[in-house]
Design a protein around this ligand. Sequence first.
Ligand code: C2E
Ligand code: MG
Ligand code: MG
Length: 532
Amino acid sequence: MKNRVILRSYLIFLVLAVVLSFRSVLFVVLLTSSAPALAQSLASQSLFYPFVLLLLLVLLLASWVVLLKKRLAEQKPLPDKSDVRDLSFLSLHDETSGLPNKLYLQQQFELWCRSHPNQKASLLLLKIQNFERVNQALGHQNANLVLVQIAQRINTAVQQDQELLILEPQGKQSGKVAHLGGVDFVLWVDASTRQHAAEQIARRLEHNVPEPLLIHGCAVEYQLQSGIAHYPLHGELLSDLIERAHLAMQNRQITQSSTVVFHPDLISYNNDKLGLMAELRSAISQQQLKLHIQPQIALSSRQVVAGEVLVRWHHPRRGLLGPAEFLELAEQMGVIYPLTQWVLEKAIMTLAELAQQEILCKIAVNISSKDLLQDELVDSLELLLKRHKVQASQLVLELKESALVAEPEKAMRMLKHLAQLGVELALDDFGTGFSSLAYLRELPISQVKVDCSFIFDLHRSDTHTAITGAIIDMAKNMNFMVVAEGIEQAEVEQKLVAMGCARGQGFLYAKPFALDAFPAWVKQWSYSKATY
Ligand code: C2E
Ligand code: MG
Ligand code: MG
């Protein structure tokens, strides 16, 4: 556009120059030729030149005005001072909480390190647990409101802690918390006077901050989890310290350990566990998981009445792994549900086979606490039973007391749905938890399995005899059937029979063996061992 205007101005110049030079040439020609009078008349038009010049100037000016207007319209406005301030605020603060962000923390961390040479400090990482559930329940926008309130609560709760670095002096409160984004927050704790200051602050925050929050009349519950890395012991870079505090926190979640502080062993330890869990995901499809079964015997009739399915992992490098070596971790890492689904399908297929061979026998499957929180468990179970034409009442689901304590209401709802479906429910490892009688009465269970630890030495221990006797009496009063696990000795069996225990399971009858062999084993037992 600019070039076109300039070009137009030059064209006008050119035309005028041509006109002017034509007139001068004509004047000279006429003067020197035979017509001087004519030349004289041409020269007498004295207004001609000033008029042409004026026109030229006006045209030039108009071109420049047009050009200038165009340029102004094309140019973006220059930011004023307040815009610049806004930009720097945005780049240094989290957009949801308004707290200093990671970049801000990095700047303050570098300043602190330069001004405090050889001084010790701790990075305290705080994470809100299970926030995805808040997101799902309330939607993203409301969940953000919750996040802002939790962030403010944390910041308010640390106002009196003198060891904390003030990242940003604010109005009434100092900004002592950095928000790394998501559900992660960081505090920088000066450890020069109190070595364990960060641990104390962490425990206090974990305990005091998670009071339920009210959002639109709903009470939102949340938990805080922390991890700590010491500077310079565990790293001299902010990114290393954050990563290590994360590892400490993860390890605490997995192992339920009480320590919140990073330890160098955690690097290889955690990698090992994470590797194992990554492999577990593909272990099913690669047929590395094997199912065993252990029979349950009716103590009065000595008939096989059921079998409990138990999983094993034939790991290509680590060898045979028992459930204790991978199941708890699988639960914590959220990979248990596909495994349970697989076990359920195999168990139901075996039930179909037993029915085909006219063997009346139930099969029990262990269900983890995480499975109970899967809404689709009931539907998928119903589908499996239908697909294999198996009666729901032939399936027993065993669950531990601990499975019910994490989210009792949700677990109870799930148990009721499962009972409505017609499957039998058993409380596993009974006696090791803290279930009250009143609570047990509310559960839609029909069996109680007394834990191995009471049964092993029942013939030698008076205490265990007293406990087992009390459990059997109580269960009978509540119409629960009692199964004793871990019967290894004939003496123990006799004692249990005398106490009125209905069923037994243990090495005395059989160690767990391959699930495929179960129908044949049951037949064999009823022919030969029933008379034992
Ligand atoms: P559990 O459900 O209490 O299973 C009984 C455990 O006691 C089994 O150990 C069994 O081998 C053992 N046992 C039974 N009788 C005797 C005995 O006479 N002497 C001794 N020393 N032990 C006996 P296992 O197979 O190692 O299973 C351990 C736990 O792993 C199970 O305890 C169960 O909670 C869990 N588990 C096993 N398979 C699965 C599964 O597929 N899913 C889930 N969620 N958990 C499973
Ligand atoms: Mg069990
Ligand atoms: Mg058990």
